[in-house]
Design a protein around this ligand. Sequence first.
Ligand SMILES: [Mn+2]
Length: 269
Amino acid sequence: MIEVGAAARDAALLCSDMHLGDHDPRTAALFLERLDAHARGVAHLFLLGDLFEAWVGDDQPDAAAQALIERLAAFAATGTRVWAMRGNRDFLLDVPFPADAVPRPAASFGARTGAVMLDDPCTVRLFGETVLLAHGDALCTDDEAYQRARALARSPAWQRDFLRRPLAERLRIAGELRGESRRVQAARAMDDIDPGDVNPAAVDAALRAAGARSIVHGHTHRPACHRWQLDGAPALRRVLPDWHADGAGGAARGGFLRVDASGWSTLGP
Ligand SMILES: [Mn+2]
């Protein structure tokens, strides 16, 4: 299990839902600038899904993606451990191409960044506390159509079939998935225009299964810190914000959670 806090000066930074891509260079620039400001010297960086607006495979031809990849590689080279989880937008991140796909990317996302992929959910130890990390979409169990689409898009057969297609075709399909044809089942798997909220019973079940009382997730774009009683003891759900350089009212939104020996803090965009 990942252990943060073995050294007293350890610190971890967590974020999600940057939705980076060439469609929005301002948000990409904002995120990279804030990442530089806050992640320097941090021992662990956790990216909890939807790093990218879309990801059609590790040959994604995207200047914003390339910029983040180079930045992550630079952090990894200076000793920061970079951990990445797939979201519903970038569920093909670091998924190996089938052996008969032509051409195949020269290097995977993980190889290019030094990032290690995390299962969703996964349990980590943060300064002695067992914390469940998740993107959050799997906890939105009220949306049954979404969960069916999610299962399909995570199936090895669907992913093999998709990654075997030429890049131009994958990009065209991804574009269509975001356009009119949301009736296509796989389109629902990427749809988070209104992501809905997590189901409280699903959160309780996930915490019980992990033996944790604390969870951090993104996806819902509803940043908060929720406290409640789980089986007679306090439980905590920290929700990460999504990022946008031009949010409501023209203000930038986004932010990190940071945890170190002195506790948790929120760092604004
Ligand atoms: Mn999401």
